[in-house]
Ligand binder design. Structure first.
Ligand SMILES: [Zn+2]
Length: 219
């Protein structure tokens, strides 16, 4: 099954592993559509793909995934994935906007939408004995009362980025055609590439070719 539009292929069709370079869950989520080899690849094109991706990035556990699979029909999870794709593009637009104009560019409608999505979170807290029998641990788990709760880990990461993240460290890869975003957690904050192996190398090769060309015209 191909995506409705364009030449986008589903990651599951070509068995392409997710690109996890964002160092922040909401940015990795934005990166779930990308074109590392030229044609766009969609990592959350179906409900099953979306759940696979959430497990890979450890936003849900494999046992939570099993629970979700047993609770809801594939069609319902597909609908959530479709909403997730819409949320992804809405959030990408927000990130670009506030990078450009600051947090004041966040509209009231954005905040309302985010709060509506955050309100989907239903957790219960419980205590259980610790390993040595002496201590008591306070734990929390998601209740999974409706399929749209699958959106919660992503939406929480978006809210965290907007509320607590440093916009200067939220960056798009310097290699022009590359659309991958990342959060620069390096010590000197000089990270430029989604990955040194992918875009860093390409940039180095391009610069080398430029120098070669310049050398040829000089002589
Ligand atoms: Zn890149």
């Amino acid at each position: 099954m191909s995506n409705e539009c364009c030449n986008t292929v589903l990651s599951s069709e070509i068995d392409f592993p997710p690109i996890i370079v964002g160092d922040q869950l909401a940015l990795d989520f934005i990166n779930t559509i990308a074109a590392p080899k030229g044609e766009p690849i969609e990592w959350i094109g179906t409900g099953a793909d979306f759940l696979d991706w959430l497990v890979v990035v450890e936003a849900i556990t494999p046992s939570e995934r099993e629970l979700i699979d047993s609770k809801w029909a594939l069609q319902e999870i597909n609908e959530v994935a479709s909403e997730a794709r819409e949320i992804r593009e809405w959030f990408r637009d927000i990130v670009i906007r506030i990078k450009d104009q600051g947090r004041g560019a966040l509209m009231l409608s954005d905040i309302e939408k985010l709060n509506d999505l955050l309100s989907l979170e239903k957790i219960e807290r419980y205590v259980e004995p610790g390993q040595n029998g002496e201590e008591i641990q306070l734990e929390a788990r998601r209740l999974w009362t409706e399929p749209r709760e699958i959106l919660v880990p992503i939406v929480s990461a978006m809210a965290e980025l907007l509320a607590e993240g440093d916009l200067n460290l939220t960056r798009e890869c310097k290699n022009e055609p590359c659309t991958l975003w990342f959060y620069d957690r390096t010590k000197g904050h000089r990270r430029m590439w989604c990955s040194p192996a992918m875009c860093g190398n390409r940039a180095k090769v391009a610069a080398y070719r430029e120098r070669q060309k310049a050398g040829q015209t000089d002589s």
